[in-house]
Design a protein around this ligand. Sequence first.
Ligand SMILES: [Zn+2]
Length: 122
Amino acid sequence: MGAGKIIAYIVAAILIFFGVLFIWGAFSPQGEVGWILIGAISAGIGLVLIYFASRKSAAPSGDANNVTLKIDLPGNVSLDTMKCKSCGGTLSSENIHMVAGAPVVTCPYCKTTYQLTEDPKW
Ligand SMILES: [Zn+2]
């Protein structure tokens, strides 16, 4: 889990390093104006990588968790660990209602209503 973030930071550092080198080189006697653009793009990608890598750690209940929840949901569903797909709030059995034979979750925190993919056992 942390390895991907470390790789993202290393790649970002390399991109920014070469980006700065290109911009710097553009001002040297044998430099070309186009290098500024290449350097800016390279450094820009690096900054975007850092932004996404740091955002992931800041919000652990973000997109990554929603994907895991969706995969884990069919079969045994532990209500203790059930979380709202949109705000990450903890849900209880009182937030789940049967609508037309399908379990529908209504989040008490953000008022989002959505259907569970499979009938949980309880
Ligand atoms: Zn919610």
